[in-house]
Design a protein around this ligand. Structure first.
Ligand SMILES: Cc1cc2nc3c(=O)[nH]c(=O)nc-3n(C[C@H](O)[C@H](O)[C@H](O)COP(=O)(O)OP(=O)(O)OC[C@H]3O[C@@H](n4cnc5c(N)ncnc54)[C@H](O)[C@@H]3O)c2cc1C
Length: 382
């Protein structure tokens, strides 16, 4: 079943992007995983082809593309590997803040570079002592005449090592009550004095993706880098998290579809007891069950994407989609690995990497427990 939001132009995009990735990403992906980095030259090629923030206005290098383009770009990146998540984060999570809350001057300074790959972005919410409880962040921004002085530490930051511009969630009023009213968003540029990168973190999966600690020691940031208004940061985050969580759900279903494709091909080829693995009833039932669940997930996700594109408030549905699809991707990874037998545990087979990459989707962008708390609240239980 084709989703209602998919038009001919989206199909054309998918075809050309897949061809582009087959040439520019698939052959190099294992190398990027070893190097633990995606080369800037790849970002620049994405920019040249119009795959970075195509939803931006033409004056900033975009072409006012609808969210359907973002869906296709995220799906095709996921087909290569979840380790390309930093591109979706830049395109559909961080840059939207700059566009939604930036002044004309800020937009002129940053947005065009975000579409060319000259400027890679990151968002720094999480701290060693505060993840799910965002209002508890401690990074402070003290205002002087024309600067903010930032002090604090962030961790687990996607694109953290190579980002040129980091959107930092900090407290401009640490004494505010309730605490979330003291939160602001400040844009920190890479050469800011007092801003350094900590170590690049060793992860279970997503090896091509740089995930890092960031350190602010009296980092001196011009007051003109405040995004939106002081004290409004928490509300901006709440507004944008709907799309962030949707992006994770889109990736999860795309990963499920890829794993089923790989596994169906494998079980047809692999022989045991003189028959193909596919001919065993257990294999057929497992794959039939997974196919059913993935199609159910896809249908709900597509309906939620459509509502999001109509600017409906689908916080509840997005939270449902995020937890359900990311639990599903973990299950599909495990079952598909099992159907590959010993080969499934070998790095040579893509399913092994998928198995390492899947679990984090249930953790980042708000854990699945946090998703269920949001749903319960929307159900009037809290
Ligand atoms: C690979 C990776 C990339 C990431 N990228 C980014 C990024 O780019 N920017 C960024 O800011 N952050 C990023 N994160 C951080 C991520 O968003 C956090 O790890 C996540 O929000 C959870 O926070 P925490 O790790 O502090 O866990 P905690 O908040 O300490 O949670 C620990 C456990 O307790 C549970 N828990 C917490 N509160 C409740 C509650 N109220 N009810 C029930 N259970 C609860 C959680 O669900 C979890 O199971 C990334 C993380 C990873 C692993």
């Amino acid at each position: 079943m084709k989703a209602g939001y998919i038009k001919e132009e989206h199909e054309i995009l998918r075809k050309s992007l897949r061809q582009f990735l087959e040439k520019e990403a698939y052959p190099y992906f294992k190398e990027w995983e070893k190097q633990k980095a995606i080369p800037r030259s790849f970002w620049k090629k994405l920019g040249q082809q119009g795959y970075l923030c195509p939803w931006l206005d033409e004056e900033y290098g975009g072409f006012n593309a609808d969210f359907g383009y973002s869906v296709i770009i995220n799906e095709e990146m996921e087909r290569v590997g979840t380790g390309l998540i930093g591109i979706g984060l830049h395109n559909d999570i961080v840059v939207p803040y700059l566009s939604a809350y930036g002044t004309e001057d800020q937009k002129k300074r940053w947005l065009s570079k975000c579409t060319t790959g000259e400027c890679v972005t990151a968002i720094a919410m999480t701290e060693p002592g505060a993840g799910s409880d965002l209002a508890a962040v401690k990074t402070s921004a003290q205002k002087t005449e024309d600067h903010y002085i930032l002090n604090g530490e962030k961790t687990f930051i996607t694109n953290g090592t190579y980002a040129d511009l980091v959107l930092v969630v900090c407290k401009t009023d640490p004494k505010a009550s309730p605490a979330h009213k003291g939160i602001s968003l400040i844009v920190v540029e890479k050469d800011t004095p007092g801003f350094t990168r900590g170590k690049q973190l060793e992860k279970v999966g997503l090896h091509s993706q740089d995930t890092s600690e960031l350190i602010f020691e009296d980092a001196k940031v011009p007051t003109s880098n405040l995004l939106g208004k002081e004290g409004e940061g928490f509300y901006y985050l709440m507004n944008q998290l709907q799309q962030e969580r949707l992006i994770v759900g889109i990736g999860a279903i795309a990963a499920c579809e890829r794993m089923l494709e790989l596994t169906i091909q494998y079980v047809k080829e692999r022989q045991a007891f003189g028959r193909s693995i596919a001919s065993f009833q257990n294999t057929q039932f497992k794959l039939a069950e997974m196919q059913t669940e993935v199609e159910i997930g896809r249908t709900f996700l597509d309906r939620t994407i459509e509502a999001h594109m109509q600017a409906e408030d689908v916080v509840k549905q997005v939270s449902m989609a995020k937890w359900w699809t990311t639990e599903l991707v973990k299950k599909v990874a495990l079952e598909c690995m099992q159907l590959h037998g010993g080969y499934g545990y070998m790095e040579e087979y893509e399913i092994a990497r998928r198995f390492r990459d899947a679990p984090v989707t249930a953790i980042y962008a708000g854990t699945n427990e946090v998703m269920k708390s949001i749903i319960a609240k929307k159900m009037g239980l809290v």
